[in-house]
Design a protein around this ligand. Structure first.
Ligand code: PMP
Length: 418
């Protein structure tokens, strides 16, 4: 028979061999074979500007990170029950970026593991498994993290809201809804787990005193607060190292993932001495790969790159510039109902004049931009929010080029909201 194009044969092979629920980006999937800076390259060598990768934090295949992996992998990789200076240096450098009293570190391998551990630690303080989380939140793929992730349990294939999980509706500044948090404080101390900018919710900023109200209320009841910084952490929001700082709060536990290893599996839970002491009940927490010397070398390279290249400051500068370009576009195209976010954690929402969500033009824009060489992605409960969260090495020039093509696609018939 006829030889299948490479993409189709990889797709059918994958459908048989890999887990049946694994999805693939785009109607016509991409085979990506190489990355560099803010660019990804497909099998034909075509270049795409990556505007949605918040894992390749300091840039795809950053030479300093690559070199750190290679060098340490050639010397030693083993578990953290031996003494090694790198694990302590990384813990010191990470906690130096966090406010007091966040000072005790557990290294793990993924955001899911980090949140799973954070929930166990919180339970050791509260004595129960009651959790208050945000609607549309996602915190991981383990049983316990799915139980607090309404993005999973409340949607297709999910088994519904567990009795111990309470949800806060997403505050919607655009439509003036749910701006004040309200929850049931009876029944024992709560663990509050949330992102400080809502990613799956559609890059939603919280009202100014929102987290302060929740943190104060939960703590007044003897509860514990966890900030999930898996997407938003390590300088992405530009003005601060962590998104919780935008709200002037300090959590009891912070979880850090994706950007920490720039693609290498490295994640962490940082907590206060009080939480660490409550968790130390006699049962050891051991993690075979967590805090191994190769992962620590990677983490140190990421932190050094952030510092030396001034990437937090760059996120702030380029993010503000992108917002100004998107606001200009919005004056010509009222289909853009709101531009929001902080640093290089941005989104713009498409909606009609009466603020009804407009998912069709959002999907059209995403797919057209891919044809034009730009990787973008949609999110939010109505899939009508374009999210922009590129590597922090993203430049003003790349922002110009992105906006030039977005503007071009906005002229096309597919962007009519019908
Ligand atoms: N928390 C948030 C906010 C996330 O976005 C994700 C991953 N999308 C996770 C936790 C889970 O991280 P991982 O996939 O590394 O387990």
């Amino acid at each position: 028979g006829q030889k299948l194009p490479a993409e189709e044969s990889l797709l059918s092979h994958r459908k048989q061999r890999l887990g049946y629920t694994l999805s693939v980006s785009y109607h016509r999937p991409l085979t990506i074979l190489r990355g560099s800076g803010s660019y990804l390259y497909d099998a034909s060598g075509r270049r795409f500007l990556d505007t949605v990768n918040n894992v390749a934090h300091v840039g795809h295949e950053h030479p300093r990170v690559v070199e750190a992996i290679q060098r340490q992998a050639a010397v030693l990789n083993t578990n953290s029950r031996y003494l090694h200076p790198a694990v302590l240096q990384l813990a010191d450098e990470l906690t130096a970026l966090l406010p007091d009293p966040l000072s005790v570190v557990h290294f793990v391998n993924s955001g899911s593991e980090a949140n799973e551990l954070a929930l166990r630690m919180a339970e050791s303080v509260t004595g129960n498994r009651r959790v208050l989380a945000m609607e549309m939140g996602y915190h991981g793929n383990t049983t316990r993290t799915i139980d607090v992730s309404s993005y999973k349990f409340a949607r297709r294939g999910g088994s519904g809201q567990p009795p111990e999980t309470q949800l806060l509706p997403m505050p919607d500044l655009l439509r003036g809804k749910h701006l004040t948090p309200r929850w049931d404080a009876t029944g024992g101390p709560l663990t509050f787990l949330a992102e400080s900018i809502l990613s799956c919710g559609g890059q939603l900023m919280l009202p100014p005193v929102y987290l302060r109200q929740v943190y104060d209320g939960v703590r007044a009841g003897g509860g514990v607060t966890i900030a999930d910084e898996v997407q938003t952490g390590l300088g992405r929001v530009g003005s601060h190292w962590w998104a919780f700082e935008l709200q002037g709060v300090i959590p009891d536990i912070v979880t850090i993932g994706k950007p920490f290893g720039n693609g290498h599996p490295l994640a962490a839970v940082v907590c206060t001495p009080r939480v660490a002491a409550a968790f130390a009940n006699g049962m050891e927490y051991f993690n075979t790969f967590g805090g191994n010397p190769v992962s620590c070398a990677v983490g140190l390279a990421v932190l050094a790159t952030l510092r030396e290249e001034g990437l937090k400051e760059q996120a702030q500068d380029v993010g503000q510039y992108l917002v100004s370009l998107l606001e200009q576009l919005r004056t010509d195209h009222p289909l853009i109902a709101e531009v929001r976010g902080s640093g290089l954690f941005l989104g713009f929402e498409l909606a009609s004049a009466d603020l009804a969500p407009a998912p069709a033009p959002a999907a059209y824009l995403k797919n057209r931009m891919r044809e034009l060489g730009f990787l973008m992605s949609t999110d939010g409960p109505h899939e009508n929010v374009l999210k922009i969260k590129p590597p922090l090495s993203f430049t003003r020039g790349q922002a110009d080029s992105l906006l030039k093509y977005i503007r071009q696609v906005f002229q096309e018939d597919g962007m009519r909201n019908e």
